[in-house]
Structure formats: C-alpha cells, structure tokens
Design a protein around this ligand. Sequence first.
Ligand SMILES: Cc1ncc(COP(=O)(O)O)c(C=O)c1O
Length: 375
Amino acid sequence: MLGVREEIRRFGRTAFVHLREASACPIRPEAGRSDADAGEPEEPSAHPVALRGSAAERSASDVGRRDDGVKDEGLNPTGSFKARGMTTAVSRAKQLGARALAAPTAGNAGGALAAYAAAAGIPAVIVMPADTPAANVMECQAFGAKVVKLNGLISDCGKYVAEHKDREGWYDVSTLKEPYRIEGKKTMGYELWEQFGGKLPDVILYPTGGGVGLIGMCKAFDEMQEMGWIGEERPRMVAVQAEGCAPIVRAWEAHQNSATFFANAATVASGLRVPGPLGDLLILSMLRQTNGTALTVTDDEMLNAGRELASLEGIFAAPEGAATVIATRKLVASGWIKPDETVVLFNTGTGYKYTEAWQLALAQKMEIGKLPVEN
Ligand SMILES: Cc1ncc(COP(=O)(O)O)c(C=O)c1O
C-alpha cells in the first residue's frame, strides 16, 4: 500500500522541459575549454544530454523552432493528465460520502479514476468502448474497478452511466457533469505560469476530445487575472483533433457556436474519439476569446510524429500528444505561429499505454519530417 498511496498523493507536478534547456545539470556545454595558461588539466568536452535537448536542434526545421516546449503529462501517475482531474473529483466525492463512482471513458480517465478510487477505498465502475487500448482495460482491472465494455463509442458509454446511475447508486464522475475534474485540470495552467517564470506562452496546442484540459486551463488564466497575476493577455489556444473525429474543428471552420455529433468517429488516438463533446460551447468560445484556432491531423501523421518524438527527442508519446507536433508544423508553415513566439505542445499521455497504436507506427515507414529513422 505504502508506495502506491504516497505516489498518488504526490502527483501534483509534471515536467516541462524547455527544448533548449539543460538546467541544473552539472555538465556544462562550456566544459572542455582547456585553460593551459593556468595549468588546469583539460576536461573532456561534454554537452548535457537532455531529453528534448540535442535532438531538438536537429529537428528544429521540422517542428518549427527549437524554442518550442513539450509539457509531458505522461509523467503523471497512471500516465496521463487525467490524474489531475480525478484526484480532485475523487477527493470531493469521498468528502460527500459517495459509495460508488462511475464514469464513461475513452481509456485514460478510467485508469485514473480506478487508481484514485482504489486509494480512496471506494468501488469504481468504468464504462468503456470494447476497443479501448488493452493497457487501459488492464489498469482498471488491476486497480480493482468493475469494467463494463460496450460495442460503441464514449457517447454510448455516457448514456449507459446516465441510465444506470440512480438504480445502482453510482456517483457520476463524467466529464463536465461534476465540477471538480476541471478544478484539477486547471493546475496545468498554473504550472505553465510558474514554469515560464510568471508569464504565459504565446500559443498552447492541446489535443482536444472532451475539451476539459483546454477549458480547465482557460479557467486558471481567468482566475490569475482576477488575482492580478496576469493582465488581459492570453495564450492563443489551439484545439488539435483527429481527422477521423473532429466535431470542434468542423464547427470552428463553419463559424458555429456549437458542434454537431461526428458520425462514424474513428482514430487511433482513443482520447480524441469523442464525437459529441459536452463542452462544445465552452471550447469554441475559448478558442474565439483567445484568438485561437482548431485543426485536424490524420492518424498516419500522428503515428509518424510519434516516431519522430521518440527517436529524436526521447519522448514516448501518446498519439494525441504526437498530433500537436504536426499541428505546430502546419501552423508554423502557414505563418499563424510567428518565428519569435513561445509555443507549448501538450503530450497528454504516455505512449506505454498505446501498444496497439505503436505497433502500427513501427510497422510503417516514416513519411514526415526530414530526418531518416533507422530501423
Ligand atoms: C491522452 C489523451 N489526450 C487527450 C485527451 C482529450 O482530453 P480532453 O477530454 O480534455 O479534451 C484524452 C482523453 O481521454 C486523452 O486520454
């Protein structure tokens, strides 16, 4: 018990690694200069080897600029940003005396809920599409949750929870149906401010399914303005979706305030397979308010970008996170992202949970980017 509980409580911060930075590293790039006059022995030349460091320079022309940063949410307990929302939601549910928790999930939220429910000592019911990545199913089972698999999409799972919750006595932890998940997610916004030394980046690219990450960060920025930490300026928020499931992008391109259900949704990025996001009004209004935008990425592009992130940067990303690399390139190429702007790409989950997608990625040739990848 000890290790698990301690780790879960400690989840708070994840690493943001500036591509150019090798901070707090005792090995300095300037090491290696000999000071023969002073009689100092020559040190071997050394460059700090940092994830997202040296390879960033090599891939700068592809990603856009070497100053771009990846905020790696895969480092959270249970391997995704979903832990942030579930710790607050489960804590509040426990306070309110909930006896069983239930949620529909595309995968990662289920794992996070199951873990925090286990730590809280509350039974959990996780309802997921039958083709959810195997690792997500296994983690829920390992955490002791009851797993219900449905032949359908997350929207069908949501209906199942809504239909059963009263009879079964479940406390519904669905996205945007209880308020505390947003409260946890907003910590991403506060962390960015901290990690940028009391400022915010110019552009944030976020893989968007239900939109809670994006909505949570915008809430954090509004709160910061109220507290006088920042002014009216906001990062331009970019919703990145899969071509096979892009209700927000469709609505954005059609200048609509709400999204319509995206029929036949299909993508390897399971977290982006949300055909009818409940937060559509909020997401679209936040994109407008921040002068942001929304765009799609194909599954092939995501898989190739995943290979690039892994082989060039040492980041084993979820396809959702890899999608932001392609989106950045597209926005740099179109001039929407300017050369001197600071950009943050969110890798929302770890690649370790996406064995099926990674099998596909490794089976195909690399088509994007300029650098060869050796097999
Ligand atoms: C890895 C990953 N990225 C992104 C998303 C989409 O998140 P949101 O619902 O906050 O838009 C999910 C949702 O399941 C996810 O698991």
